[in-house]
Every structure is written in C-alpha cells, then in structure tokens.
Write a protein that binds this ligand. Structure first.
Ligand code: ADP
Ligand code: MG
Length: 818
C-alpha cells in the first residue's frame, strides 16, 4: 500500500508541478491513476472508499473533459491525496471502523414479489397475517390503521452508529460510539442518598471513558457481561450521550455490545439506526421492531404508482426500493442519510409532495372546468362603488379590485386568495366584490373565524354597502334561536344580500336563495374542507379568500396551491410604521413611563400575555393577578380584562367596552382576536414575547397603528431567554414587512407554527420538510401540473389515482374524481 500511495503522489505532483508545465507530456494519466486507485481500494476505510469510487467513475469519462476541466480535476485529486492519503491516516481511520463482517447491515435484503394493486394496501393492518394482537394494538397506538400507514410511518431521523470515535476525541453533549477494553468494573455507593451505581471503565489507545448504570435491576446483567469481557480481553462497543465528569468522560446507560465472534451479529451498533416517532409507553426499539416487521412483509408487494416518465426524468428509485431503503438504510450512505439526501429519501419526499400537489392541481382543474356565474361587472359599477367611499383606494387595492372584477366576469368560478398585511385594506376590496354580486342579483356569504371578527366585518360591510342600498345581515352561533330563524328566513328569501357570519354559516339550517360569492376571511383558521362546504351552499359560487398572514412562497404553494393569488402590498397613505422595541424585565419602570405618556394623550393600550393552558384555575388566577398588577401600576386609568375562559359573549362585551372607551387599558391572556379594529389604540405591549411566533407577534402589532397616529409595540422579555430568542425578536424591531417576517419565522420555527394550528392540515407532511425540501417541492409542483395538463383523467394510472384519493381525497372533495 505504501508504494502505491507514493507512486500516486508522485504522478499527481508531476502533473500539477510548476502550474501544469509538464501536464501535456504525461500520456493518458487517467489510465495510470485508475490502476493505482484500484490497487488502493481494498485497504481504505469507508469514507475514502466512497470518494475513490466516485473518482474512478469520473476517470472513465476523463477523455471527454475539456483541457480546463482536466486540470481542475487533477488539481482536486492532487490536493485530496496529498492531505488525506498517508499510510498512517488510512490505518487510523480503518481502526475506527467496525469490522464489516460483524455487522448485520443492511438488515434485510429486498426481494421484490409480484406487486398487488395499491388498494390492497388500504386494508386494515389486521390483514397482515403474521402480526399478533399485541403488536397490532401497539401499531394502532402509533396511529397506524392500514397497511400503507405502516409503510408511510417513516423514520424522522437517523443515528450514525457506524463510526468509532477514539476516546481522546470525545466531546461533551455529543452522541458517540466508542470501542475499547474493560479496565475495571466497580459498584459504588453515593455518599448522599446511599444509592448504588455501577461503573465500568473502558480504555482504548487514546484515552478512557466511564460507563455508568444507575438502575439496580440491571447491575447483575452488566456486571457479569463486563467482567467476562475483561477476563477474555474482548472489545466492547458503547454508544451514548457523552458527559464530562470530574476526571474524564462518562456515558450514562449507553447501548452496549460485546465484539464476540461466537455471538450473533450486532443489531443496534455498527449500523445506521432509523429513529421513529413513538407513543407513550412504547420503547423506541419496540417501535422499530414492529414497524420493520410489517414493512418487511408488505413492501415487497408494493406496486410502482408514479408514472414511468417521471421516474425516469427525475432519476428516482422505484417505490418498493425507496421505501425499503428508508426503513432499512445502507450505512454507506451515512452522511446523506442524516441530511435526508439519499436517492431513496428524495423519492419518498417527492412522493409525498407530489401526491399533495396532484390533488391540488386536480381540484383546481375541476373548478376551472365548471360553469360558474358570469357577473357583468362594468366600469360604471366599479366607479359607483369607489365614489361612495370616504377615501381613495391605494394603487394596490385598485389593482387587486381589477383582478377580482375580471375573475367575476368570467364564467369559470373565481378561486382567488387576497393576501395583504394587517391594515392594508382587504375589507373594502371584499365589500366591492359583494357589491358587484348584489347588483347582479346574487347573495354573498362572508365567513370569519370568530364572533368578534364577524361583528366587526358586519359593521364595516354595512358602512361601505348600506349607502349603496345593499342589505347586510349577521349570523353567529351566539344568537338566540329566534334571531337565527329570522335570519335563516331572510337569507332563504333573498332579502339579505350579504350575510356575515362564523362557522354558523355552514350549518345545516342555512339555505341561500342564490349564493353567488363566498368570501372567507383569515382562511388559515379554516381548512380547505370548510371552504368547500361553504361553496356547496350555492351553485358554483365565486370564492374569495382573504388572509392577513403573509405566507412565504414556499408555503403558499402548498397551503394555497389551488388558488390564484393577489397581493395588496401597500398600506393606505399616512400610515406610520409601528415603532417596535424590546423591553427587558429589568426595564419595567421605563415601560410604565412610556405607557402613562400615551394614556395621558387619550390613547388606548393593549397588554397581551401568552396563552396559559395548564388548568382553568391557574389561568384565572394568573389573569386576575396580572389584571391587578396593571390596575395598580397604571392608576388612575381604568383596566379591562379578557381571558380565554370567558364565554364568547363576555369577550365581545369586553371588546365593545374597550372600543367605546369604558377603560383605556385592555389586559388579555388570550391572543386578541385576529383582525380586531380599535382605531385609537396606539400601544401594544406583549409579555413573554419570546413565546410567540414572529408572524403572530406581527399580527398582534397590527392591532395598533391603524390611524395616522404614531404608535408603539413593546416586546417584553427576559434577559436570560437566550440569544436565539432575542435574535428572533430583533427581526420585528428591524422591519414592518410581513413577508420578510414570515420568511424569518419559517426559518426559525417551521411551517406548523406559522399557521398557528395543526388541525388545518397544512404543512404537516410526514417526511417532507418545506424548509429543507423546497427544491423538491418545486419539482413536485411542476410535475403534477404537467401530468394534469396531459392526462387530466389519470388514464392508465389507477394506482396513482387511488392513492391520491386515499390520502387527500376527502380534504379536497375529490372523491368523485375519475
Ligand atoms: P385589513 O387588511 O387588516 O383587513 P381593513 O380592511 O380592516 O384592513 O382596513 C384597515 C382600515 O383602513 C379600515 O379602517 C379601513 O376603513 C381603512 N382603509 C382601507 N383602505 C383605505 C384607503 N385606501 N385609504 C384610507 N383608509 C383605508
Ligand atoms: Mg380584515
């Protein structure tokens, strides 16, 4: 080996010497290089092997490289070989490895069988014959009901247990695998509590580490195991979290195996270990065994359901191979596996995103094909609306209004999302659309997520529409039965032209005379399903969705992938950005001064606390305490309280009093209802600001600064919440741009948090992570669109169709597709 390395180095040196002076004189260096590298191959460790194999592949194409490419390539080889290929280094690296023949890896080989139709995999998990009752029950606890659920129950991370770290290179708080021999085994008694501990000291050539066992019931087992290993001088493998202890490193309750050729192969160490989500009371090892047991039986029968064309174009592994490899990873792929970049992982991620995008594309296409209402929206009608307004529309509002008018004129149903920062004036635009509908003789339904918002919209819509002679009504859950019934009748008879409401709108009793337009505010609180339900109250009504949550492009593609998007990206003139400042706990005096100054001017103040969930009693107590604190500190100004345990009516009453000015300070333990409008509130104080997501903070901040007065937002936090938390809050200090904030939030906290709720089912993919997999998402979207354009009925793709319906059908109302 030594000679080969020397020859290799000599050749590479010659090639690059004096800035490639002799480069042209060496004939076919690729041939010689290939021979030398091949000679080395059997002596190398895993990492180098992988690299050399790549090099050998490239060398095969060396002839087709341009002169410049050749030189760049050779230079790269030269630097790697010089740095990483000494006999000593290679030997050291090999020692860190676990002898291949000792390891059960990959655990099982996939033997493909004749595939079943995908529908067979929708059967209950009980249909897998070899599973006993206990196993089935455990699987069900993990949420696995059908066979395919088990296949989709994918590891969410992997642990690399293949590389041995010499003890001298251990670092505290990392997970490491060590290999060494036993120095001593000893039982200690702690001085304080008289608790016993078993300690095992291991050593390798570079250092030592102490294995620590705390549970008495395992002492006997480990004592025998290690004493024997010591007597027979057997090597021990241990994997665990390394901690610094007085005098060295320790691992508490590591996973241990003895390297003994007469024993079976290693199962937990020496391999890449997939880690699955678990449920209460089920051990990780059990989950792994259960899942692997099922998938081992069923994956061999899995059919390929993606179109062959896509598989080829994107160079993806087939479905059975990919799912198999994700559950039973190859350890050669350690690095890629850990970052979810192996071909199998890519396929599985693509799979998930593609199915979702396909469902969206079909949903969208279906809407386009339907005959909706063509509203004759004339220029005169638009002028009539604008003239009645007390202000001039912003450029952005004008543009979006035009987009909506165009949509409404067309026969194909409108399906549009209007995004606009808080206070950008979405309501007026929505009111205009309702006006156009009413003038054509159609009704409009406006659905808001809370009663407060519905009430507020009712007011606003009335303000804009009443002068134009349009009759607006309100329907909410808290109305009395009689009130509701009166409203039902007025809607059914068509007397009410625009009805504003909450979920109450999609309830059974509600019937429209002729619903032509459905407007949904703050859409992310609702699922796509509610959107569909509201639509069903009419015959193909136009749909307009409004949201104040700026959504990064990544998420818009999934969350609103089936909608056209308009953005109101301009605030009405004269609006000043809200001045935002982080206040630390020790600066409360300053905060009080600032608040009093504003109150003296006759302005109002919000003080918001994060939701307290633990218990009703605790929340009430905390809320009351906070309330008294502020009442005391802000005398003589009056303080009101809003908390999560209040009934909706109570909340509404408190909000109304605040608006009217019965008190000037509102302390709230629930997040103030999105979109609430109290124009003369100028200060927003947010306590424990670090506990909120940025998008949420931005929303809260949007409650102030609604008029042209200067307004303020104070983010109260403690100095010891950590650097990251402060960094997040600083984003808000630095910008008022909702989109920038949303992007930052996505980076910091992930998609689930942005939507605030997981029940919407958006962004909660099983394996795809939109932050990591944005590129794959784009591909998936393109491919889905292409496919739907070419083959809208998914002819000849029965498995794909079935699978998509199974996974996303209900959500998108696709049940009757195809
Ligand atoms: P949001 O986009 O948050 O729903 P609203 O539609 O509630 O915003 O508008 C916020 C406030 O700004 C309302 O009081 C509204 O009447 C007012 N407004 C809307 N558009 C304009 C405009 N072009 N010029 C001045 N004020 C406007
Ligand atoms: Mg609004």
């Amino acid at each position: 080996m030594k000679r080969t390395i020397e020859r290799l180095k000599k050749l590479l040196n010659l090639l690059v010497e004096d800035n490639f002076k002799y480069f042209d004189r060496v004939k076919d260096p690729d041939k010689t290089l290939a021979i030398l590298f091949k000679e080395l191959l059997p002596h190398l460790d895993k990492k180098r092997k992988l690299w050399v194999n790549k090099v050998l592949n490239l060398l095969r194409n060396y002839g087709s490289f341009s002169e410049e490419e050749k030189k760049r390539f050779i230079k790269e080889l030269h630097s790697v070989v010089t740095l990483k290929f000494s006999e000593e280094e290679i030997e050291k690296a090999r020692q860190r490895e676990i002898p291949k023949e000792r390891v059960l890896s990959p655990p099982e080989k996939l033997e493909k069988k004749k595939s079943y139709p995908i529908k067979a995999f929708f059967q209950p998990i009980e249909s897998v014959k070899s599973l006993n009752k206990r196993r089935i029950n455990r699987l069900k606890k993990l949420g696995i009901e059908t066979v395919i659920d088990a296949i989709y129950y994918l590891p969410y991370r992997y642990e690399d247990r293949t590389t041995v770290t010499p003890m001298a290179y251990l670092r505290p708080d990392g997970q490491f695998l060590v290999k060494g021999k036993v120095v001593k085994v000893s039982l200690f008694e702690t001085s304080k509590k008289k608790k016993k501990i078993l300690k095992v000291l291991l050593y390798d050539r570079t250092g030592t580490v102490t294995l620590v066992f705390l549970q008495e019931k395992v002492f006997g087992y480990y004592r025998t195991l290690f004493t024997k290993a010591k007597e027979l001088k057997k090597e021990v493998l241990a994997y665990g979290l390394v901690k610094r202890e007085s005098g060295g490193y320790s691992m508490v309750h590591p996973e241990v195996e003895i390297l003994d050729p007469y024993k079976g192969k290693l199962e937990k160490l020496g391999i890449i270990l997939p880690i699955y989500h678990s449920a209460e009371g089920i051990k990780q090892a059990t989950v792994r065994k259960d899942i692997q047991e099922v998938v081992k039986r069923v994956i061999p029968f899995l059919p390929e359901y993606l179109p062959e064309e896509i598989i080829k174009r994107l160079n993806l592994p087939g479905a059975p191979e990919a799912f198999w490899r994700v559950h039973f990873p190859y350890d050669e792929e350690a690095e890629e596996l850990l970052s979810f970049k192996t071909p199998a992982q890519k396929r599985v991620i693509f799979d998930e995103l593609f199915l979702f995008q396909l469902a969206l594309a079909i949903h969208r296409q279906k809407i386009k094909e339907e005959k909706g209402i063509s509203f004759p929206v004339s220029e005169e009608l638009i002028e009539e609306f604008k003239k009645s307004l007390p202000f001039k529309l912003t450029g952005a509002q004008e543009r979006v209004l035009k987009e909506i008018a165009e949509d409404m004129k067309r026969e194909e149903p409108m399906n549009r999302l209007v995004q606009g920062d808080v206070g950008s004036g979405k309501t007026v635009v929505a009111a205009a659309a309702a006006f156009f509908a009413a003038k054509t003789g159609y009704q409009t339904a406006v659905m808001a997520p809370t009663e407060i918002l519905a009430n507020q919209h009712f007011k606003k819509f009335n303000e804009f529409l009443k002068p134009l002679g349009v009759r607006v009504g309100l329907l909410t859950g808290s109305m009395t039965k009689r009130e509701k019934e009166t409203m039902y009748r007025a809607i059914k008879e068509g007397y009410i032209q625009v009805v504003i409401g909450t979920h109450a709108l999609i309830q059974e009793g509600v019937e429209f005379k002729n619903l032509g337009l459905a407007i949904i505010d703050e859409q992310h609180r609702f699922g796509v399903k509610q959107r569909v339900e509201l639509k069903k109250k009419g015959r193909m009504p136009d749909v307009l969705v409004m949201t104040a949550t700026p959504i990064p492009r990544t998420l818009a593609m999934t969350a609103y992938g089936d909608l056209d998007v308009s953005v109101i990206d301009e605030l009405p003139a004269g609006r000043k950005p809200v001045k935002t400042e982080i206040i630390f706990e020790d600066e409360r005096e300053k905060l009080l001064d600032l608040l009093k100054k504003e109150l003296e001017k006759g302005n109002k103040v919000y003080i918001v606390y994060p939701l307290i969930e633990e218990s009703e009693k605790l929340e009430l107590k905390a809320a009351t305490e906070m309330f008294h604190y502020w009442e005391e500190k802000l005398k003589p100004y009056a303080v009101g309280l809003l908390h999560g345990r209040m009934k909706q009516e109570e909340k509404d009453r408190v909000m109304e009093s605040f608006r009217k000015g019965d008190f000037q300070v509102l302390v709230s333990t629930t997040v103030i209802e999105v979109g609430v409008d109290v124009p003369d509130a100028t200060v927003m104080v947010i306590e424990h600001a670090e506990r909120f997501g940025l998008a949420q903070l931005h929303q809260l901040r949007g409650r102030v600064g609604r008029e042209d007065k200067e307004s303020f937002c104070y983010l109260v936090t403690s100095r010891n919440v950590g650097e990251d938390a402060t960094k997040r809050l600083k984003v808000l200090e630095s910008t008022n741009d909702g989109f920038k904030i949303a992007e930052a939030d996505l980076q910091f906290r992930g998609p689930g948090e942005i939507f605030g709720t997981r029940q919407s089912g958006l962004g909660d993919f099983k394996i795809a992570d939109l932050r990591r997999d944005f590129e794959i998402l784009k591909l998936a979207r393109e491919e889905a669109q292409k496919l739907v354009e070419k083959n809208p009925e998914l002819k000849g793709l029965d498995n794909l169709k079935e699978l998509m319906k199974f996974r996303f059908g209900e959500k998108f109302d696709l049940v009757e597709v195809g």
